[in-house]
Design a protein around this ligand. Structure first.
Ligand code: CAA
Length: 261
């Protein structure tokens, strides 16, 4: 039984998978990631499932990132393992033989934005906010952000977003091409479901053939090496001064004072 993942089957093979940890803005700790991975693996085998809508519970967040309180005490080795786990979920969302839609209302930050980027496309409510704030914590994106953000918005914009760590609105994300559509907050999930059903009524076999080709053609090559490189860079920043300071500052609710180490 899942503690943090709630799946609701809908009409025409559309299922909604909710990350359900609203008290921590659905932050991704090891248990959440592990349960999400198991659930996606289960759905991958279910022939009745055509479209997976991924969302967060509550109105405030899709997912506010990897769990900083859990990461704070991680060793390099543990951070590498954690990054591998996040990557395995992201790769599943990207490659699963179903259509995956990220339905984002509220915050999609850090690892949350990375999971959204791994879905086939992102639909956002007007109140959604996106960002990769890892550098403000003394680390880097660790669930594929250095690989998938530049694919979505271009190299220079990806650099700017990652170096500043700033949050952008749904409208800005739409202009950048990060999200496909923005809907009013009221009735957001109804609009998402309409779109999901539109896809579910088409041929799944044809959509998945197209998905596999689109993924393959957009790939510049060497994804596994890139994932490995990101994982190791992510891990290498753990246990050094800036990571300790950045994460302690978040937990203590104060600005970080980085030393550049
Ligand atoms: N990890 C752990 N706990 C988190 C969290 C996170 N990423 N985001 C929010 N929370 C917790 C808060 O600590 C708080 O808990 P308490 O009530 O126990 O204090 C609760 O969720 C509610 O959050 P806030 O009180 O902070 O809510 P807010 O409305 O004032 O602010 C926010 C919302 C701007 C999203 C703020 O919570 C925030 O900045 N969160 C962190 C965002 C972030 O940096 N994400 C990236 C993480 S690093 C990462 O993801 C690495 C990777 O690539 C793998």
């Amino acid at each position: 039984m899942s503690n943090f993942i709630k799946t609701v089957p809908g009409e025409f093979g559309v299922v909604t998978v909710s990350i359900d940890r609203p008290e921590a803005l659905n932050a991704l700790n090891r248990s959440v990631l592990f349960e999400l991975k198991l659930e996606l693996e289960r759905l991958a085998q279910d022939q009745t499932v055509r479209v997976i809508v991924l969302r967060g519970s509550g109105e405030k967040a899709f997912v506010a990132g990897a769990d900083i309180k859990e990461m704070q005490e991680m060793t390099r080795g543990q951070a590498i393992e954690f990054s591998r786990l996040g990557h395995s979920v992201a790769t599943l969302l990207e490659s699963i033989q179903k259509v995956t839609i990220a339905a984002v209302q509220g915050y999609a930050l850090g690892g949350g934005m990375e999971l959204a980027l791994s879905c086939d496309f992102i639909l956002a409510s007007e109140k959604a906010q996106f960002g990769l704030p890892e550098v403000t914590l003394g680390v880097i994106p660790g669930f594929g952000g250095t690989i998938r953000l530049s694919r979505a918005v271009g190299l220079n914009r990806a650099k700017e977003l990652i170096f500043t760590g700033e949050r952008i609105s749904a409208e800005s994300a739409l202009r950048l091409g990060l999200v496909s559509k923005v809907y009013p907050q009221e009735g957001f999930f109804d609009e998402v479901m309409k779109r999901a059903r539109l896809i579910a009524l088409n041929s799944l076999g044809a959509a998945i053939s197209a998905k596999n080709l689109l993924n393959e053609f957009s790939e510049s090559s060497g994804t596994n090496q890139k994932i490995d490189a990101e994982t190791h860079q992510f891990g290498s920043l753990f246990g050094v001064t800036d990571q300790k300071e950045g994460m302690a500052a978040f937990v203590e609710k104060r600005p970080a004072r980085f030393k550049g180490l």
